[in-house]
Design a protein around this ligand. Structure first.
Ligand code: NAG
Ligand code: NAG
Ligand code: NAG
Ligand code: NAG
Ligand code: NAG
Ligand code: NAG
Ligand code: NAG
Ligand code: NAG
Ligand code: NAG
Ligand code: NAG
Ligand code: NAG
Ligand code: NAG
Length: 385
């Protein structure tokens, strides 16, 4: 009853690596039919004997994934990462001269055949002494008819914060009655924790995919008081236009209006309006309508993972964490190629990559197919190999 088809394709090839725009890999079989497509970003942290924590990748490594198929579902089975400790440019002073290999099981659920798996969020895989972080992942294995599918299956972490399930609160709940006569003077707050990242999106109507998406953690310093923006319970509204799009976030403590402008080729954050009240009752309302922040090409997204601070007005400083926004030209409700802000990861190995130091990387992709079940016609292309 069970049938078994053997290795489908096993190709080695070298590609120039420019991680700032991701790695795009198309694997073809011997008949030049596309059988795998992958576009992803990845960073590695390897610990080895001699206490150096982060890599300075200067040379090749090999990274492979094998996929299995069962019925109409495919799945990434195992990620195998091989690195050469003998390579002194990468692992100076290593006491071992060997090649090391680690394997990890990715947390990618089974995906329908003819569907691309998409995950812009970061996923860290811990395997022994290696941590691998993947993001901006787009993968389709077992491609049929050379067509990369336009159906997307997004990972759970990418789905926008569920604004619809937010309880319907009425305005009266946001003004707690406090004994304001004895309000204590604002005390200098100790360093706040990193603000929680929020995922926000605007849809033109209920049946469409998002036209504006933004992920970030936010902190403000207003009138010398620091506050983290709390995404939980935040109401999201706004609009998408041709030349101007707006995102309005209302939490229990403040309302933030972000206005983005499209000047034909590029977009930027044009205006920012924050009004609210600190926990000690100090009201604030700060507006700047002449900003040129978060600039990127229309059709791409702007990304800045490192903490950034922006002086908005003399009274207001904005801090962002793990920022990614796309206010125009969103396709299929997910971020397009990211334009990374320059100061990101200045001292990490990603930078040499992001800045364009081309690395020659050997990627070995092994695609194994198991046809289990009764579907005779499924993937007949591969059976003929
Ligand atoms: C596949 O394509 C390459 C380049 O496009 C070509 O050189 C090669 O002959 C093709 N192979 C087959 C089997 O068509
Ligand atoms: C991998 O991540 C874990 C948990 O964050 C951490 O304890 C460990 O030190 C990391 N390993 C490396 C090699 O960075
Ligand atoms: C394939 O799927 C069937 C039904 O979903 C399941 O019973 C079977 O164990 C699966 N086979 C493998 C190898 O995962
Ligand atoms: C995928 O690769 C890993 C490690 O190379 C191996 O243990 C595993 O059996 C492979 N999976 C399949 C389905 O062959
Ligand atoms: C390490 O590299 C040197 C020269 O590059 C080579 O002679 C030696 O055989 C290598 N050792 C191992 C264990 O691969
Ligand atoms: C590792 O290889 C280098 C170069 O081949 C050699 O000088 C060194 O002694 C080797 N170290 C060990 C532990 O084998
Ligand atoms: C607020 O909600 C409560 C209970 O849900 C309701 O009794 C009250 O009338 C509401 N107030 C306003 C101003 O809508
Ligand atoms: C959304 O789709 C549902 C079912 O497909 C339909 O009943 C509804 O009218 C649509 N709404 C809009 C605004 O198009
Ligand atoms: C959001 O807030 C509610 C009520 O304060 C709490 O029950 C819930 O766990 C919070 N959710 C998250 C993800 O923090
Ligand atoms: C950006 O503006 C230009 C010129 O007004 C317009 O042609 C283009 O469609 C706009 N782009 C988007 C994504 O709205
Ligand atoms: C800023 O927002 C507040 C409240 O949302 C509004 O009253 C005010 O008019 C806005 N200012 C500008 C310049 O948009
Ligand atoms: C790799 O990604 C993880 C998760 O975002 C991050 O903590 C780490 O700093 C990154 N490492 C490098 C070298 O960029």
């Amino acid at each position: 009853m069970y049938r078994y088809a053997s290795v489908v394709c096993c190709l080695c090839f070298a590609i120039a690596f420019q991680l700032s725009h991701g790695t795009s890999v198309t694997v073809k079989d011997k008949d030049n039919n596309t059988c795998l497509y992958a576009d992803l970003m990845i960073n590695f942290t390897v610990s080895y004997e001699v206490s150096v924590n982060e890599l300075n990748f200067g040379e090749g490594f090999s990274w492979s994934v094998n996929f299995t198929i069962n019925g109409t579902l495919y799945k990434a089975d195992t990620i195998t990462f091989t690195y050469n400790l003998n390579d002194t440019t990468v692992f100076p002073n290593s006491v071992v001269n060997d090649t090391a290999t680690v394997t990890a099981k990715p947390q990618i659920p089974a995906i329908d055949i003819d569907t691309c798996y998409s995950c812009n969020s970061k996923e860290t895989l811990e395997a022994d002494v290696v941590n691998q972080t993947l993001w901006n992942v787009l993968i389709q294995a077992f491609v049929s008819n050379n067509n990369i599918s336009t159906n997307l299956s997004s990972c759970a972490a990418d789905l926008p914060a569920s604004t619809t399930v937010a309880p319907i609160t009425n305005a009266t709940t946001s003004t707690p009655v406090t004994n304001s006569s004895t309000a204590p003077p604002p005390t200098p707050t100790p360093t706040l924790p990193t603000p929680t990242g929020g995922k926000y999106s605007i849809k033109p109507d209920e049946n469409s995919t998002a036209c504006l998406i933004a992920n970030f953690g936010l902190r403000i310093n207003v009138k010398k008081i620091e506050m983290n923006f709390e995404p939980n319970g935040t109401t999201v509204s706004g609009s998408c236009g041709v030349n101007s799009s707006q995102l309005v976030l209302t939490s229990s403590s403040m309302t933030i209006t972000l206005t983005f402008a499209n000047d034909t080729k590029k977009f930027h954050l044009h205006a920012l309006n924050i009004t609210g009240k600190t926990s000690s009752g100090v009201e604030f309302s700060e507006v700047n309508t002449n900003l040129t922040l978060w600039e990127a090409a229309v059709g791409s997204s702007y990304m800045c993972n490192k903490e950034q601070n922006y002086t908005i007005t003399s009274q207001l400083t904005l801090y962002t964490f793990d920022l990614q926004v796309q206010p125009f030209g969103v396709k299929k409700g997910v971020f397009s190629t990211a334009e990374d802000c320059q100061p990101d990861d200045v001292d990490s190995f990603i930078v040499p990559v992001a800045v364009g130091v081309s690395l020659l990387v050997l990627i070995l992709i092994v695609l194994l197919a198991y046809f289990i079940g009764r579907r005779r016609n499924m993937g007949s292309t591969y059976e003929s190999l």
